[in-house]
Every structure is written in structure tokens, then in C-alpha cells.
Ligand binder design. Sequence first.
Ligand SMILES: [Mg+2]
Length: 261
Amino acid sequence: MKRIPELVMLDLDGTLYIGKQAIPGAIVCVQQLRKRGIQLRFLTNTTTKSHDELIAQLRVMGFTLEDEELISAPIAAKLELLSLQQKLRRPLRIWPVVADGIKQDFSEFFWDEQKPDYIILGDVGDAWDMTLVNRLFNAMHIGAELIALHKNHFWQTEDGLKADIGFFVAGLEYVCGKTARVMGKPNRAFFQRVLDSVGVDANNAIMVGDDLDSDVGGAQQMGIRACLVKTGKYRESYADHSPTKPAYIVPSVADLNLLWD
Ligand SMILES: [Mg+2]
């Protein structure tokens, strides 16, 4: 492939780093992409760290990026809430069920755990139990709508694969008979928001990630080419049996620039 994209969208976890370690070659890859004059956006469904914390973490690892180049699922949710609030012309009551670190991303809204208009669901780690599930169920039963920061199936940790919050999102949808608004990848609006922020058409962009469903599937439904990396949560058997076929597969993000050499 010789046609160099105008925009490369890079997934973070499993693609640029795992845990606190940058994937070997990832920092150089980002530098090379910039040298080619390609615009970059860093997209993440991570719901445990605020926008500022993520930026700081990437910089400590050695990546160079501007604040506006990182678009996280919580920031997408905040923008969605602001636009809903504008449409309804009244302050929204929200219940953010999210990690402490990202609560600040929702500080401008009115919080109400009893009768929220919207529940914002992210990763709360070991805080999940049946008491929380039933409180969420009851709030939804009397009218709350569910905004899921993402609906991922599973993720790669330093201790192996773990079930992700898609488990709870799907369960609440099922028992409440409601459909969540999903904010991060693979949501179409998320990718469109990113394209619009750069002013690039889908066919001039490429998405790079380790998640066949959220990264590759999400991008391809928007007409964005996708490149799967074989790091992070990539599993050969899962990719072989999936109907989603990426345009490109590379061993690691370190090999990405070879696509255009
Ligand atoms: Mg990933």
C-alpha cells in the first residue's frame, strides 16, 4: 500500500502500551508518522483514568502528543451529555458509576443517585456487586437511561484476559429491556466526532488497534480502513473465527510504517 493516509487513529491499551510499558518500537512509530506529516489521534475506551491522567501517562512513557489529540470515551460521554442538556433545555441529573479518577470529567453536571436521568457506566473494578447491580436496575426501572462508556467484551491485563464492562452493560440492557447509548469505540458517532475534529474523510483515515470488534469492526463500518496489531488482546483463534477481516495485519505497531515504505 503506497497511499499514505492523512489521519492515523491509534488505539492506546494493547497497541501503544501494555500496563505501564510502551510496546517496543511504538514511540519511534509515532515519531515516524509525524515526520511523514500524518495527523494523529489517540483513541481510547479506557475508563479508569481522566483525560489529564492519560496524557501525563503517555508523556511519561515517552510519547509526544498535544492535549486535543487524545479522545477518550469519558470525554465523548461528556460531550453527549452537554448536547442532550442543550436539547432538553434543563440541567441533567446524572449518576456517574465510574472510577474515582474520571469523576472530574463529569463535575459540571448535577449528581443524583436516586432519580438520575442518565447513568454513566464505566469501569469500577472490584466495586461491582449485586447491591450495585440492583441499585442500577431500580434506577433504570423507574426511568433512568444508560450511557455506557463502552461495551467491550474483554481486555488484556498484566495478569491475562479479563471480562470487561460489556458484561454489565449487556446484563442491565437485558433485565431492564433498554438499549444503552455506547460512547467509545465501536460507536459510529465516536469515529465521526474524531474525523470531524480533524476535517478528514473516512477514506483518508486508518485505524490501528488490537481489538478486532471495537477498533477494526468499528472503523470499517464507517468506511475507515483498519489495521490489526498482533499485540495486546489479539488472539489468533479469535481473529480466524471472526467475520471481521481487517484490511491489514501487522505483528506490532512498530511495523506500521512498513505499510508505506
Ligand atoms: Mg486496545
